[in-house]
Design a protein around this ligand. Structure first.
Ligand code: TXA
Ligand code: MG
Length: 333
């Protein structure tokens, strides 16, 4: 994938203490770009009301400009100034915010989020993150911050400040280092439509959302979901989170030269000869596996193996989000 063009910036890395957070809020106010930790993955933030800053953000990530961004706010009050909350949205916000859930709702009158960030849609995606550093930063800045994952578009999402630096040094103003994230996969996205719909599985298991709503979520078929995520590149919709190595799913044996991304007890034929092996969760816990997913994909890729074989992972709990990300990592490019 060609690296996107952008003017070289001096990228500062600061610890996410009071000084770092106030510096970051200042960068937002001046229209700059800051990578910061959330509980899901590191985000690359810009002032949600500043179209020029958002244009730079798309450029720094090499992101198709038609793929809209999530507006991050400090609390439900701020969220209601951006979007219109119906009964479904209120219920989900009360149950899961702050936390790894994004709600897609109709834009409120006078919604301050720039059209560039909503890609011209009349809906807006909103999230109140739970991470204390993200919350402190939103409070210090005072406005909404749009933030996609802090990686070059199509690359594996970052779960540490070092992952961010590897992709975005020279392209953004500041990286706030708050250590490794807790959840490890992006937020679950629910469209608060007439029939509430799961738009992306993520950090809140869909079962938990359905339990609160008392009804099943509508699920868009995969092709539509991909089309919603990458409307500019219909030829390569599914491919995302792509390591350099090929990714082979549902592996029940290992070929020579392959690296192994394991889950649970490892007893598949050929495993002893793996070029490299990392186990997402030796005990078979999907939440633990989610915290390791993107980092282990990066490490196995760096081992130089031509292919990464992935053991089957059950779909329950965070397994649904993990399998979604793995399918995209494995999709033809
Ligand atoms: O956990 C997360 O959600 C992270 C952290 C940084 O908060 N952010 C994140 O953003 O994953 P990003 O840009 O990688 O993914 C945002 C997704 C995209 O798939 C986009 O298409 C979808 O949200 N989206 C945004 N606005 C939308 C809208 N109005 N309707 C439907 N989908 C929308
Ligand atoms: Mg992303």
């Amino acid at each position: 994938m060609p690296e996107p063009e952008t003017t070289e910036l001096k990228t500062q890395v600061l610890p996410a203490d009071a000084k770092g957070i106030s510096a970051a809020a200042g960068v937002f106010a001046r229209g700059g770009l800051v990578a910061f930790p959330t509980e899901t993955v590191y985000g690359l933030g810009a002032d949600a009301s500043n179209a020029a800053a958002i244009a730079h953000l798309y450029q720094a990530k090499g992101r198709p400009a038609f793929n809209p961004l999530i507006a991050h706010v400090a609390d439900l009050g701020a969220a209601r100034r951006i979007g219109r909350f119906d009964a479904t949205a209120e219920r989900l916000a009360a149950a899961f915010w702050p936390g790894p859930l994004t709600l897609v709702v109709p834009q409120a009158d006078g919604c301050p989020v720039a059209d560039l960030a909503t890609a011209g849609l009349d809906t807006v995606a909103i999230r109140v993150p739970a991470h204390p550093i993200a919350r402190a930063l939103l409070a210090a800045f005072g406005g909404a911050v749009v933030a996609p994952s802090a990686n070059i578009s199509g690359h594996v999402s970052p779960t540490t400040a070092a992952h961010v630096a590897a992709d975005l040094t020279g392209r953004i103003d500041l990286i706030l280092d708050g250590g490794p994230v807790e959840v490890g996969v992006e937020s679950t996205i629910v469209g608060c439509f007439e029939a509430p719909a799961l738009l992306r599985p993520g950090g809140v298991p869909s079962e938990a959302i359905e339990a609160v709503l008392g009804r099943p979520l509508a699920r868009r078929v995969t092709a539509e979901m991909h089309a919603a995520e990458q409307p500019l590149a219909p030829g390569m919709l599914a491919s995302h989170y792509a390591p350099r190595a090929a990714v082979r799913l549902e592996a029940n044996d290992l070929a020579a030269g392959e690296a192994l991304l394991a889950f649970g007890p490892v007893n598949l034929p050929g495993a002893a000869g793996a070029a490299a092996m990392l186990n997402l969760s030796p005990s078979g816990d999907p939440a633990e596996a989610a915290t390791h997913l993107f980092g282990y994909l990066r490490s196995l890729d760096a081992s130089g193996a031509r292919s990464i074989a992935v053991m089957p992972i059950p779909n329950d709990g965070l397994g649904e989000a993990i399998n979604d990300r793995l399918r995209r990592a494995a999709a033809p490019r």
